[in-house]
Structures are given as structure tokens and as C-alpha cells.
Design a protein around this ligand. Sequence first.
Ligand SMILES: *[C@@H]1O[C@H](CO)[C@@H](O)[C@H](O)[C@H]1NC(C)=O
Ligand SMILES: *[C@@H]1O[C@H](CO)[C@@H](O)[C@H](O)[C@H]1NC(C)=O
Length: 435
Amino acid sequence: MIMFKNQIILLSLFFFPRTSLPAPMFSRNTISVWSILKKCIGLELSKITMPIVFNEPLSFLQRITEYMEHTYLINRACSLSDSVERMQAVAAFAVSAVASQWDRTGKPFNPLLGETYELTREDQGFRLVSEQVSHHPPVSAFHAESLIGDFVFHGSIYPKLKFWGKSVEAEPKGTITLELLKHGEVYTWSNPYCCVHNIILGKLWIEQYGTVEIVNHSTGDKCVLTFKPCGMFGKELHKVEGYIQDKSKKKLCVIYGKWTECMWSVDPQAYEAHKKSEKKGDNKKQKNEEPNGAENDDADDMPEVQETVSVVPGSTLLWRIDCRPAHSAAMYNFTNFAMSLNELEPGMEAFLAPTDCRFRPDIRAMENGNMDEASKEKERLEEKQRAARKQRAKNDEEWSTRWFQMGTNPYTGSQEWIYSGGYFSRNYQDLPDIY
Ligand SMILES: *[C@@H]1O[C@H](CO)[C@@H](O)[C@H](O)[C@H]1NC(C)=O
Ligand SMILES: *[C@@H]1O[C@H](CO)[C@@H](O)[C@H](O)[C@H]1NC(C)=O
């Protein structure tokens, strides 16, 4: 009898998230995107209705939860006593948080106003709650916390999408804040730009670019990371480079790598010396290089150059990406972490909020490979949302958010959505009926 009890306890301690979806994805080849998009150049993408085959079966709220895939890097930062090493771990976390975008060209579902998502991962030591707090413009707010009180990680994302003819660019609006509670440290940053190329012709591919500045608000120390645009010959494809500097702008260390692969740190002198010796070798090589693809007007092909990161002697590895599962390509290029996000385990219905994305019928139908139903359900939900908005306007009612409120971020002074707490007490009275 005692044996039996122990086994039950063991089972509930070791929950293994699923590692695959119920159905593979639908082929997109038969649809002409161009016929849909040619009328819309320059429009904001949220105003265009795209057929559901271009989606992936996740809500944007679930997609931003993927920032947490490498939570072990925050846990590492918490455990380090050296402040520069802590900043290195935080920088690796900031890069790893956008690594799941690699080859993910499916568009997540726009969350409905009032939609929520929660995720508790005891194995990784965190829980997260998010809410769609605004519809026009779309704003998603999230709050994650360590299960043992080591850190809080929060922010709000305003994905501003622009359609540029051949590509779609997502501007990363909103600040992300990480608080390491035991060290009394606060770091803030914003994500890089993300661009999906060749949405009409050619092979889809993703580029991230822009500068990400991670600021330590206790000291004014900074980590400046540049996500490089790929450039003419693709030499810079996926590269990220930067450094940590102190208040007096002294470079303390260099950080480099690729957001699709790995990140390293090294002493600034060693880095400069290595770069100089590389340049000498490079001058000889460059003459033979072909400007391949430069004359192709139809598609901006992803450059072929695929050399991996060349490691400077003396570097320390900060992070390396995990392999995606073998069936990933047939499943929207999801990582193992992404595969599990929409899983509805038996028993979960009893405690999830009724507004949780896992209950969205359109996403569930798409995940099961039932595209017609998914498409119908998506239309029905959007219509229901419009009707509810009209009704509110008629009654002169304002929408009120449930788990987040506008407030001032004490570290940046800016107006932000701040978690008001209480979600995990699971009082779901008066939640809106959005599905
Ligand atoms: C950040 O601020 C804390 C608190 O003042 C300080 O101890 C630490 O050295 C800083 N970290 C870095 C990486 O500069
Ligand atoms: C998955 O990755 C492959 C290989 O890069 C790419 O051709 C394909 O378009 C991607 N699929 C999705 C759904 O993004």
C-alpha cells in the first residue's frame, strides 16, 4: 500500500510534456498569397484577413511564453556571485528568448481581448500568466515568476506588423524587465526587429536585426547587443555581437555568436586581436566571392553562407540552442517546448481560467488538422468579439482588464501594464465569455 502511494506521488512530480502535435501541418503550396496581398501593400497587417493555412496553432500569448524556454539561464544568473557573469547569463537569456523564431514563418493567432494563458513548469522552476489587455492596438502583457522567489520577469508586447511588398516586418514595441530578487538587480531591454522575407515568391525565411540594450538599473552598466542584418553576401546572417560596459564605458567583455546557434563571451583584447588576424586572411578570400542572387528581382533569397560561429580562443560558452525534434518540419518547425504549449492534459479543465487559449476552438481544430472547422471557428470568434464591442459602445461601457493594470515601471519611469496579482488564487468570477 505504501509503495502504491509513493508511485502516485512520483507520477505527479514527473509530468512529461508532450513532444509532438496530434496532426502534421497542412501544405501551403496551393494558395496564392499574392492574390490576397497585392491590394494591401503598406497596410498594417492586423487589418488584413489572411487564410488560416498561414497560421500556426498557437495564440500570440503562447508564442511569447516561448521566452521562457531557456529559463535555466535566469536560474544560472541568480546563482552567480560575479556581477559581470550575471550580466552575461542575462544577455544569453535575452538572445535565447528570440531563438525559437528561427524558421517559424507561421503566424500565431491574434489573441482575443481578455484571452489569457498560464503555464507552470515545475521542472524549470517558473510560472507565468498573460492577458490580452488591448485589441486596437493589440497588446499582450505577461508576468512570470520563479517558484522559489528568485526572479520576476515581466513586460508587454505590442507587435507592430508592416507589410512591405516582399516581406513583413515586426517592430518590437514594449519593454521587458527582469528582476533578480536576491541580488537586488533589475535589467530591462526590448527585442530586436523581426522580418519574414519572401511572403509572395520564393522560400520564406526570417531575419532579426537591431540593437538590444540591456541596462542594469542599479549601476547604469549596460550590455549592448547588435543583431546584424544579413547584408549582401549573407556574411552576417543570424550574427549577434556586443559587449558589456561599465558606467565609465569601459568594455568588460565581448559577447558574440548567432541567435540560431550559440553565444560566447571573451575578453575584449583577445577578441580584437583575433579579428585583426581574421581580416588579413579575409582580404585574399573576398576576390573570389560571387555576388550570387544579386540579380534576382523576384525573391530575396536567404544567402547560402552557412559557416557556423568561429570561436575565438579563450571564449566561454554562454548558451547553445537545443536540437529541434525530427518531426519539427512537419509541425510548423516547433521546438519541443512549443509542442507542449497548447496541450490540454486531463484534469486541467478543472482549474484553468475559462479564458485560457487552450480552450480556443479554432486553435484546437487547427492543431488537430481540421482546417475547415478552424477557419469557421476563427470567423465566429472574431464576429463574437465585434458584437461584444458594439454592445459595450451602446451601453457606454469601458472594457476592464482583469489581471494587469496600467502603472509606472519604477525602473524606467514609463507607463506599462503591471500584473495586479491574484491569478493563481483562481477566482474566475466575472470573466468574460469570449469563446
Ligand atoms: C548591477 O547592479 C548591481 C547593484 O548595484 C551591482 O552590484 C552589479 O555590479 C551590476 N552588475 C553589472 C553586470 O554591472
Ligand atoms: C520550416 O523550416 C523549413 C526549413 O528552413 C522552411 O523551408 C519552412 O518554410 C519552415 N516552415 C514553416 C512553417 O515555417
